[in-house]
Design a protein around this ligand. Structure first.
Ligand SMILES: *[C@@H]1O[C@H](CO)[C@@H](O)[C@H](O)[C@H]1NC(C)=O
Length: 312
C-alpha cells in the first residue's frame, strides 16, 4: 500500500512537472516560428557588437543607446568590460556611434552595467539621461546630465531604494522622477529562479520621486519595457512572459489605472491586432528588445548583440 501511494505521488509529481514545463515553454514562446518580414534598406550599426538593450531618440534625432549589459543567464560578448552609453546622430547620411565619456568624481565606471534608459528634457532644454545600472548585479538608477558639446555625460546622482531591487526599464517623468519596472520580486538568485519558473507573477512597477516612492501596479509575469505616450497621459508596460502590453491612465497624483491590454495575437491573420514591421529568424539579429523610429528610419536594438538601422 505504501509503495502504491509512493508511486501515485511520484506519478502525480511527474504529471505536474510536465504540465508546468509545457506552460513555462509557452510563456517563453520557446517553439514559436518566426516568419520573416523584410524591410528593404537595412544595415547593421558599425561599432555595436555587445548589445543595445535599450535606446531612446531625442526629437533632434540624437539617439542614446545602452550597450554591454550583463544579466544573469544571458550571453555577454564582453564579460570583463564595463558597459557604455553610445550616441548616434540619425540626421547623418551614414550614422556611426560614439561612446559618451562619463564625468563626475563619484561614479564608478568599472562596474557600469547599463540596462533600461530614459531621457527627460526640462524647460531650459537641459537633457537628463536616467540609466538603470546593475553594478555587481544590484540595481541603481544613475542620473546624468547630457553635455552635447563635450559629447559627455556628467554624473549627478545615484538613486537606490528598497522598492527598486530588480530594475529592468525606466521612463522619466522629471529630472529625478520616473516609473520603473522590477522584473522580479525576489533578489535572491535561487528564489528568483523559482519565481520565474512557477510563474508567480509578482513583478511590479514603482513610481519614484525624491519625496515619494510607491508601487503603482503589480502582478506581472516579468514586467519589462515601460514607456509613456507623447502627451504624457498614458503609461505602457510590457509583460514579457504573458505576451501583453498594458495601457494605464496616468493621474495627476501619479497613480495608474488600467485601461486596456493589448494582446500580441493574430499577427499573421487578415485582421492583426498589431502590425509587424520587421521580423527576422536570428541570422541577423538575436534577442531584439527595442525599436524606435525617426523620420522614416527604424533603429532596432538587442540584448547582447548587434543593432540594425533601416529605412522604412
Ligand atoms: C489619485 O487620483 C485619482 C484620479 O483623480 C483618484 O481616483 C485617486 O483616488 C487618487 N489617489 C490617491 C491615493 O490620492
Amino acid at each position: 500500500m505504501a509503495k502504491l501511494m509512493l508511486l501515485t505521488l511520484l506519478g502525480l509529481g511527474l504529471v505536474l512537472f510536465r504540465d508546468h514545463r509545457a506552460s513555462y515553454q509557452a510563456r517563453l514562446n520557446a517553439f514559436r516560428e518566426v516568419k520573416p518580414v523584410e524591410v528593404p534598406n537595412c544595415n547593421l550599426v558599425k561599432g555595436i557588437e555587445s548589445g543595445s538593450e535599450d535606446l531612446e531618440i531625442l526629437p533632434s534625432g540624437l539617439a542614446f543607446i545602452s550597450s554591454g549589459l550583463k544579466y544573469p543567464g544571458i550571453k555577454s560578448f564582453e564579460p570583463d568590460k564595463p558597459g557604455k552609453i553610445l550616441l548616434m546622430d540619425l540626421n547623418e547620411e551614414d550614422p556611426t556611434v560614439l561612446e559618451l565619456k562619463i564625468t563626475g568624481s563619484k561614479f564608478d565606471h568599472s562596474s557600469f552595467n547599463p540596462h533600461g534608459i530614459s531621457t527627460f528634457t526640462d524647460e531650459d532644454n537641459t537633457v537628463y539621461l536616467l540609466v538603470v545600472n546593475h553594478p555587481d548585479f544590484k540595481s541603481t538608477v544613475e542620473l546624468f546630465k547630457f553635455q552635447e558639446e563635450e559629447k559627455s555625460l556628467l554624473h549627478l546622482k545615484t538613486i537606490r531604494h528598497e522598492l527598486l531591487p530588480n530594475l529592468n526599464d525606466i521612463v522619466a517623468v522629471g529630472p529625478e522622477h520616473f516609473y520603473a519596472t522590477n522584473d522580479h520580486y525576489f533578489v535572491d538568485h535561487y528564489l528568483r529562479s523559482w519565481e520565474l519558473y512557477l510563474g508567480l507573477a509578482w513583478s511590479y512597477v514603482v513610481y519614484y520621486s525624491p519625496t515619494e516612492v510607491q508601487v503603482m501596479a503589480d502582478g506581472f509575469d516579468f514586467a519589462n519595457g515601460i514607456n509613456i505616450s507623447p502627451d504624457g497621459k498614458y503609461v505602457y508596460i510590457g509583460e514579457l512572459l504573458a505576451h501583453k502590453i498594458h495601457v494605464y491612465e496616468k493621474h495627476a497624483n501619479w497613480t495608474l489605472t488600467p485601461l486596456k491590454v493589448i494582446q500580441i495575437q493574430n499577427i499573421l491573420t487578415e485582421e492583426p491586432k498589431v502590425t509587424r514591421v520587421y521580423a527576422e529568424n536570428g541570422t541577423v539579429l538575436q534577442g531584439s528588445t527595442v525599436a524606435s523610429v525617426y523620420k522614416g528610419k527604424l533603429l532596432i536594438g538587442t540584448v547582447f548583440q548587434k543593432a540594425l538601422y533601416c529605412e522604412l
